[in-house]
Design a protein around this ligand. Sequence first.
Ligand SMILES: *[C@@H]1O[C@H](CO)[C@@H](O)[C@H](O)[C@H]1NC(C)=O
Ligand SMILES: *[C@@H]1O[C@H](CO)[C@@H](O)[C@H](O)[C@H]1NC(C)=O
Ligand SMILES: *[C@@H]1O[C@H](CO)[C@@H](O)[C@H](O)[C@H]1NC(C)=O
Length: 345
Amino acid sequence: MTLELFVWLLLFNIGLCQIIPGDQSVVFSSLIDPEPLDEDIYRNMFTYAHLIDISYCVSSTSHIDPPFKCDLNCEERFPNVTLVHQWYFDDSVCGYIAVTHSNIFNYKATSKKTIIVSLRGTRSLFDSYTDIKVDMVNYNNLGTKLRECGTRCRVHRGFYRYYLNTLIQIDKVLRRELDGEDDYELLILGHSLGGAISLFLSLYYLDLGYNNMTVITMGQPLVGNQPFVTWADEVLGSSKPVVHGTFDRKFFRVIHKNDVVTTIPSNNNIIDSYTQFSNQIYLNCSATETVPTIDQVVDCHDGENPLCIKKDFGKIDFFTHNYLQAHTTYFRSMGLCGIRNNVFM
Ligand SMILES: *[C@@H]1O[C@H](CO)[C@@H](O)[C@H](O)[C@H]1NC(C)=O
Ligand SMILES: *[C@@H]1O[C@H](CO)[C@@H](O)[C@H](O)[C@H]1NC(C)=O
Ligand SMILES: *[C@@H]1O[C@H](CO)[C@@H](O)[C@H](O)[C@H]1NC(C)=O
């Protein structure tokens, strides 16, 4: 099954019947105007997107060749990046771990080790079947370095299970790379379902005390209820300003205009409804614009900001908007690496 089919399944099973028209009359007294990003962070977004897209090269039929060769120009674009681990299993979210000492994010004077964890979305029928359910499980964090989320925190059952299986795949390898490093950046990246799993992974490693962390998700679905989201936003510094080269704000939730996946799952359960994060980097351009200009990449601060993703789904219109393309266009056309290989199967 292709990514396209997977997304359409998501859209038709959940999107049509469950997206509630946005209430445009709600007034947000604390609304902060959308602001453009710092130029360095804007440029880094293309690098993050490229590193995320490379995770699609890990499939049942293709892989990344060490040290870091792939069909997406890996070697030329990232000459000093070294692959540490890649995995492809049906019951976890696939991806890779790579490390570098190169200053690929243009930080001021740095010799830090960058550890990249990158997770892709899914193409399998089994995955989509799990994704479209809405039921939740209790979420308990370790409570080691972070305060406890509390007994009311609940998250998506299927995503949580994928997270646990993914953690099993990567924990040993990742800790080996992290341990004993003083000057490091742990970069956790993911698209679509991979974004949801990235978020859970970041909370786990943050709870263990790995504070030099950045988590970037693109086209990430919602994952939990209000108590969970409030806690996650707080510990990840969602309300902190975006400042290049700092870890004050750790989480960047990147949302393309009209990407419906970023607004699901949606349920009608008042106590346990899926909640938007107070965090939104919005690509204010059409689905066909692959390369947004700096003015089109704005910090909308809040997922509920009525000028951003919130306004896009007042009503779902499959005829005038290409929702699939919006979901797969994040600074480049994502997810083509494996598909190209699959064609020859
Ligand atoms: C890669 O590493 C080599 C040797 O350490 C260095 O000379 C070169 O500048 C690095 N390239 C990049 C793009 O960082
Ligand atoms: C990264 O972590 C090290 C060791 O924990 C710390 O000394 C350093 O200040 C951190 N860097 C930043 C930019 O926070
Ligand atoms: C998005 O761009 C349009 C112009 O194309 C502009 O009118 C609107 O204010 C922008 N929205 C945000 C949130 O920046």
